[in-house]
Design a protein around this ligand. Structure first.
Ligand code: SF4
Length: 71
């Protein structure tokens, strides 16, 4: 079986925009958690799929999440 590898990505969460609505933690719980200020932080580690990350970014009502695919 061939393992599908995720391309290198960078995820940014703007804490100027995050209001802690928590849609991202529901869309991609392996990738985002809320910090002690109630704002989302990306946990990295590569366990979430690219589709989950894009779903989380799309779910954010504040457009606070950017998923950048790097070469
Ligand atoms: S969905 Fe957006 S506003 Fe809500 S916690 Fe995640 S990044 Fe913040």
């Amino acid at each position: 079986m061939t393992e599908q590898r995720r391309p290198p990505i960078r995820v940014e969460v703007s804490h100027d925009h995050c209001m802690g609505v928590s849609m991202c933690t529901q869309a991609a719980p392996r990738a985002f958690r809320l910090n002690e200020h109630g704002q989302a932080v990306y946990q990295g580690g590569g366990t979430a799929s690219l589709a989950e990350l894009h779903a989380a970014a799309a779910s954010c009502p504040m457009s606070a999440i950017k998923v950048i695919e790097e070469e």
